[in-house]
Design a protein around this ligand. Structure first.
Ligand code: PGA
Length: 257
């Protein structure tokens, strides 16, 4: 078997931190940890609130290693027009060259903003067309998990089928789309998915999504990250809460060397 590629770590800051000064402080922590990891370090994507992209893009990321890029936590499916409050992929690309990724379909957006699979599908297509890589989040709620692994697999399979419908299959497996398996009951709860279950789901998703890289997300921190990334099927992690703490950032990056 070929050696495992370096991991991909996505830091999803959600609606945090409160100021751009604090955002820069966290980004400095990331770039310091990247420097000490050296060339064997992981690939990093920081997804801050869009308001901070400019500051991070100019002050930090341009000086950091090329293995570190930025992403948006959400994107719209039209590139411009009368869509109050929205930002499209072409606009993001034109404004900030080092914004290379878009998180699409996060369960918090599905839940709080009523995002449907059809909206997600359109967001994926628009992002790919504009040259953004997509991190598509999927994962089952607790009621489904209680019914067992087969039920969880069926739930996720259904999400993938709808979200990736009409997405050119040649784009999948080609790093343009990465799937994050994030069981909803594990997000922000401190209840980790048992690593062996995450591995099993990642293997299943990889098969369903034409060989795409699969990340695990849900209460990942410096103490447990190694238990996920040790598997070949898990290509990295998506980290929320822990990515807001410099010490955790350091431990997570170090564990991925
Ligand atoms: P968490 O969030 O690490 O705080 O559980 C993960 C996510 O929502 O992407």
């Amino acid at each position: 078997m070929p050696p495992k590629r370096s991991s991909l770590i996505v830091f999803n800051w959600k609606e945090n931190p409160r100021t751009s000064k604090e955002a820069i402080r966290l980004a400095v922590a990331v770039s310091r940890a990247m420097r000490s990891a050296g060339k064997d370090g992981p690939e990093i994507v920081i997804c801050p609130p869009v308001l901070y992209l400019g500051a991070l893009s100019e002050k930090m990321i341009s000086r950091a290693e090329s293995r570190c890029s930025l992403g948006v936590q959400n994107i719209f499916w039209e590139n411009n027009g009368a869509y109050t409050g929205e930002i499209g992929p072409a606009m993001v690309r034109a404004a900030h060259g080092n914004v290379r990724y878009a998180i699409v379909g996060h369960s918090e957006r599905r839940r709080f903003l009523g995002e449907t699979d059809e909206m997600i599908r359109k967001k994926i297509l628009a992002s790919l067309a504009a040259g953004l890589r997509v991190i598509l989040c999927v994962g089952e709620p607790v009621e489904v998990r209680k019914k067992g692994t087969r039920a969880a697999m069926q739930y996720v399979k259904n999400q993938l089928k709808k979200d990736l419908q009409s997405v050119d299959s040649r784009l999948r497996g080609n790093d343009r789309i990465i799937i994050a398996y994030e069981p909803i009951w594990a997000i922000g709860t401190g209840k980790n998915c048992p690593p062996e279950d995450a591995r099993e789901m990642a293997a299943f998703i990889k098969k369903e999504a034409h060989g795409a890289r699969v990340l695990y997300g849900g209460s990942v921190n410096g103490a447990n990250v190694a238990r996920y990334i040790c598997y070949d099927e898990v290509s990295g992690v998506l980290v929320g809460g822990a990515s807001l703490h410099a010490e955790e950032i350091k431990k997570i990056i170090k564990a991925n060397i």
